[in-house]
Design a protein around this ligand. Structure first.
Ligand SMILES: [Zn+2]
Length: 403
């Protein structure tokens, strides 16, 4: 996915620069425009990409000093390109203020501009927006006369403090539809939980190519929909989704080999959970939001009892597990070296996770265990609630009969 790669590189660069300036969480807001366009009458093989940013998340970026780094990062895959229609940029600056960053480049051979490719770019930016929720994202396609625009901005956000990097701004809007029609009454906000942080050994193959330093992973999880307001509703964990982010907080493809083998390694008896199946590691049309993640479904308990009323079916909950890779190497201070490290990390991710299989598996097992513990406590509380109610009911009946 050539084009996605180039835009990803630019995004990484902006993110890493922000980290270098140690931006505070308050400043991690603003807007991003990605415009993918072709010139009128141009050949089919030329696609232009404009990346523009406004707001405080890219405060202090000096385009002139950046040019050299950008060239190193992007060349030899891109050409300089003509300026986009000023109207496109005006529409963006009118909404989000003056541009702090602007880059135009042309892809030599971007491949197809199919709807599938467009969906991939869209899904990538949506996932980026999930963990960079302070940034409003605008994606525009203007390809051979066909225009489309997608705006991503979080409705509800939550700030998560982590040990090393600047606090995360997470999009915690829950779009899951509860089973009853009481939508407005439900808490639509997810409540992120900061999980384990553990070191990862770097495998020799990655070291040979120049990846050194300290590597670790921080887990953050989010269970949705939230049912805290309704302690007596039955619930059930039906799905788990894992997303991986690079140290610059840009989504990376989760290695399918490692995650496909995960369900075999889990201790279901200890978890008190039905068997899990890895069902996808690629984009699916009905779930484009987290396209680069891995989805696991849980075999259902026997809820298909025809006698059971639909209103008594448990609420299906989904656990989103975010894995944030963190890397530090005192010998890489240059921006371009950091970019190289990010690329090596992504390239060797399958190998890295496999090399640390036991640590990663037990961390995920612990994450699931904690989720299940909370579900079990709910179940217990519900049983007590029903017992008390039943006792009251019995007493009332007896009293009525006695009368
Ligand atoms: Zn809630």
């Amino acid at each position: 996915m050539m084009l996605a790669c180039q835009s990803v590189q630019v995004l990484r660069l902006i993110q890493l620069m922000g980290k270098q300036r140690k931006r505070s969480s308050l400043k991690n807001t603003g807007a991003l425009l990605v415009l993918l366009w072709t010139e009128k009458g141009s050949s089919h093989q030329r696609l232009n990409c404009t990346v523009a940013a406004a707001g405080s998340w890219c405060f202090g970026i000096e385009m002139q000093t950046l040019q050299a780094d950008l060239k190193k990062v992007l060349l030899p895959d891109v050409w300089p390109c003509p300026e986009p229609d000023p109207e496109e940029l005006c529409a963006f600056t009118d909404l989000y203020g003056s541009l702090k960053f602007l880059l135009n480049f042309q892809m030599k051979n971007p491949g197809h501009y199919s709807s599938k490719w467009q969906a991939h770019v869209k899904a990538f930016l949506q996932t980026f927006g999930l963990t960079n929720a302070g940034i409003r994202i605008q994606l525009k396609f203007k390809i051979h006369g066909q225009k489309s625009q997608h705006d991503f901005s979080a409705f509800l956000i939550s700030k998560v403090a982590l040990s090393v990097q600047p606090p995360l701004i997470l999009d915690v809007t829950c779009s899951a539809q509860p089973w009853c029609n009481q939508r407005g009454l439900w808490c639509q906000k997810g409540h992120p939980v900061v999980g384990e942080r553990f070191p990862l050994g770097i495998p020799p193959k990655a070291m040979d190519q120049g990846l050194f330093g300290e590597l670790s992973v921080q887990i953050v999880s989010l269970l949705s929909p939230c049912v805290l307001q309704y302690p007596h509703l039955p619930t059930e964990l039906s799905r788990m989704q894992v997303l991986v982010f690079s140290p610059s907080n840009v989504p990376v493809s989760a290695p399918s080999g490692f995650f496909q083998a995960l369900p075999v390694a889990l201790d279901y008896q200890h978890l008190g959970l039905g068997r899990m199946h890895c069902c996808s590691s690629k984009a699916s049309p009905d779930d484009p939001v987290h396209s680069d993640g891995v989805v696991f479904t849980v075999e259902r308990e026997n809820w298909d009892d025809p006698e059971r009323e639909p209103s008594h079916l448990p609420v299906q909950q989904s656990l989103l597990v975010l894995l944030f890779l963190q890397h530090s190497d005192p010998f890489t201070s240059e921006l371009t070296d950091k970019m190289d490290c990010e690329l090596l990390l992504e390239l060797h991710l399958e190998d890295i996770l496999s090399n640390n299989r036991q640590a990663v598996t037990s961390a995920l097992q612990a994450e699931l265990f904690n989720t299940m513990k909370a579900l079990k406590e709910r179940k217990k509380a519900r049983k007590t609630f029903f017992c008390i109610n039943l006792t009251t009911l019995c007493k009332t009946t007896m009293l009525t009969r006695g009368k």
